[in-house]
Design a protein around this ligand. Structure first.
Ligand code: CMP
Length: 138
């Protein structure tokens, strides 16, 4: 079925000038962009967005990283969007990411891994609502 996922181009990839390259890979893979903005997470936003990871040893590093600069937030639509987008982005650790994936091409490390993709339809809806009002979704 056609459904939606949520993505962020993370600060590492924005800093390196990869917004255009990553959006090209996304649209060439058949995703339709239905919401898009350049924005920045506050420390409080990043803590809330990643609350599920709050007990992990990398949580503080993750919050600092994700709030340090501009990100691109977007909602994407496609058949099987959540699963297909996770395939397109590749493994969390770029050393394990398959050829042709966004992280293989653009990620730096396990933490600074260029892109986020929702892990379920439920989280896609929560994350989309965190960033976009209804009138910003097309
Ligand atoms: P993502 O899977 O999008 O969401 C959780 C993030 O936590 C992950 O991307 C990485 O950015 C970060 N992360 C996961 N594991 C580690 C780790 N071992 N060290 C630092 N950051 C990590």
């Amino acid at each position: 079925a056609t459904n939606r996922t949520f993505t962020m181009i993370k600060p590492d990839a924005v800093e390196k000038g990869h917004i255009g390259g990553i959006l090209s890979m996304i649209t060439e893979a058949g995703f339709r962009i239905v919401a898009l903005k350049l924005t920045q997470l506050t420390v409080a936003d990043a803590k809330e967005f990643y609350a599920v990871h709050s007990e992990r040893p990398f949580y503080d590093e993750l919050v600092t990283f994700m709030s340090r600069g501009a990100i691109v937030a977007a909602i994407l639509e496609k058949d099987n969007a959540v699963e297909d987008f996770r395939t397109l982005i590749g493994a969390t650790n770029p050393a394990d990411a398959a050829e042709g994936t966004i992280r293989k091409k653009y990620a730096t490390s396990m933490g600074e891994n260029a892109v986020h993709g929702s892990d379920s339809d439920e989280n896609a809806a929560i994350e989309s609502a965190f960033h976009f009002a209804g009138r910003e979704q097309f």
